[in-house]
Design a binder for this molecule. Sequence first.
Ligand SMILES: O=P(O)(O)OC[C@H]1O[C@H](OP(=O)(O)OP(=O)(O)O)[C@H](O)[C@@H]1O
Ligand code: HPA
Length: 180
Amino acid sequence: MNNDILKVLYSKDEIDTACQRLGKEISQAYAGKVPVVIGVLKGAIFFMTDIARHVDGYMQIDFVDVSSYHGGTSSSGTVELLQDINTDISGRDVLIVEDIVDTGRTLRFLLDLFDKRGANSVKVCTLLDKPAARIVGADSDFIGFSVPNEFLVGYGLDYDEKYRNLPYIGVLKPEIYTNN
Ligand SMILES: O=P(O)(O)OC[C@H]1O[C@H](OP(=O)(O)OP(=O)(O)O)[C@H](O)[C@@H]1O
Ligand code: HPA
């Protein structure tokens, strides 16, 4: 285990099992449809590619890059659109794929953006949901794990751009971010 990690919250096997379950739920929800599945960079890249392989049927994929955490463990409060999707989503069924919903600000921003563009439906799949940290209302339709209000890293989630490549999700030792 990486030395900066206090404890592993979800192992690679537990994440794989959650991806299989969510893949089934999504396959059923979109049976006969071709959703536009939009991964939210950068955190959701690992989850997006894993879950897509558990969904039956056709899908189109795209990515959007937004950011609101600038190196720290708390949201700046402002969501910046760094890179937009290339797909025309008017009349389409959109599935947003997130690694984590924390304050809800990022998800609220994306839900409003895609609604304004005339999507037929916009649903959300998140691996992690942190309800105790919610500041802005933003609900997900497909949820991997409901997590405690702690700062998590691994499997896409970073602190200061580090730890994204850990194969598990862990709690970062508080001294790592309090010393910086
Ligand atoms: O619910 P919120 O408080 O808005 O937090 C959730 C968002 O924060 C993280 O992204 P971040 O802005 O850190 O960018 P990154 O994915 O590139 O790390 C995460 O990937 C979510 O998109
Ligand atoms: O717990 C978290 N860890 C990493 N990035 C995040 N972005 C929002 N919440 C988190």
